[in-house]
Ligand binder design. Structure first.
Ligand code: HEM
Length: 307
């Protein structure tokens, strides 16, 4: 039975450390062994600081996967979808290895991040590091409660984790990451009613707007994708706000048993419906990066460390 990485379906935490690496040598064997070692680091900190609820995810970039695990390819692994419509776009910025560290203590995230970097030293270049944090009562920096629509309980596992449809990659997950930067100033100048129309939810008490009241350009409307039979399709979001006094945004992280939910949602947000109703949230928040990954199961990483 393939065991998924603990961080895939873990509950939300107070802090996150996101690390993006590109591999600079061609010694895939060393990287495979080091990734297995990183799992031990996650486990060690989880045991030492059990109150911090540590979890981690190791995800391999779509363009680096075949170099790392030649001859073994997750069925649906594909590059990040390149989309552009008018001034809305989803830039593609490939990355070889994405490490997500989450815990309820910032110092523990930091300590794990340092160990990961030390382990990979000489083999990779760290080109992006972002600290995510829980903001107020689970809001994004635009002031709305976030990730409320996530699947709950056991449903999380069905949505996020590959099952029998791809037996060699059971327990894995397709991961998409985008760094969004928000124009908080112009967002805050909008009247409350307009912000709520754009989000499709009320701000204070986080109630969904009724079907009659929801605008076709609302974020929750545009991201509510359906399959060809009209059945809702879902993903698991683990996004967190990040920022400082000058730059503010959301590190969007989604996990699913296929890349399709993410691609359909993003297509609907950027291109809109047949009447041109795109997601108006994109007038206030802009994707600056975008990369696609596969997070293999724990079992896969350990079994292939000496490939
Ligand atoms: C900066 C970018 C984004 C912000 C600030 C944002 C914010 C929000 C907020 C406040 C909600 C309502 C609460 C909730 O249900 O989580 C929401 C819902 C949702 N968002 Fe986003 N989001 C962003 C990007 C995205 C992207 C890129 C996708 C997918 C490609 C996405 C997919 C969803 C989905 C599926 C829901 C649930 C819709 C429902 O209620 O059924 N979001 N988002």
């Amino acid at each position: 039975m393939a065991q998924a990485q603990k961080g895939i379906c873990a509950e939300a935490n107070l802090h996150a450390q996101y690390l993006m690496f590109n591999v600079i040598d061609d010694d895939a064997q060393v990287i495979r062994a080091k990734l297995a070692h990183i799992l031990n680091v996650f486990e060690h900190y989880d045991e030492e600081h059990y109150e911090a609820m540590v979890s981690g995810v190791i995800a391999i970039g779509s363009s680096y996967w075949s170099e790392l695990y030649p001859g073994l390819l997750p069925l649906e692994l594909a590059p990040f979808p390149d989309m552009q419509c008018e001034d809305r776009n989803a830039p593609v910025t490939p990355c070889d290895i994405f490490i997500q560290i989450r815990a309820d203590r910032a110092d523990v995230c930091f300590a794990i991040g340092c160990e990961v970097c030390e382990l990979l030293k000489g083999h990779v270049e760290l080109f992006e590091e972002i600290k995510g944090f829980r903001y107020l009562d689970g809001r994004d920096l635009m002031g709305f409660v976030h990730a409320n629509g996530n699947p709950k309980g056991m449903r999380k596992f069905d949505v996020a984790i590959v099952g029998d449809e791809d037996p060699d990659f059971r327990g894995g997950s397709y991961v998409h990451v985008q760094r969004y930067r928000s124009n908080i100033g112009s967002w805050q100048r909008l009247p409350l009613k307009q912000q709520e129309d754009i989000m499709g939810r009320s701000k204070e008490d986080n109630e969904p707007l009724s079907a009659e009241d929801i605008a076709p350009y609302a974020h929750t409307k545009r991201s509510a994708a359906e399959d060809i039979c009209g059945k809702p399709i879902e993903l698991l979001e683990q996004s967190m706000p990040y920022g400082d006094m000058s730059t503010k945004g959301l590190l969007f992280v989604s996990l699913a048993n296929s890349p399709k939910p993410f691609t359909s949602m993003l297509t609907s947000m950027i291109f809109g419906d047949q009447n041109g109703n795109y997601d108006k949230l994109l007038d206030y928040t802009f994707a600056e990066t975008g990369a696609a990954f596969f997070a293999p199961s724990l079992t896969f990483i350990k079994a292939n460390k000496d490939l």
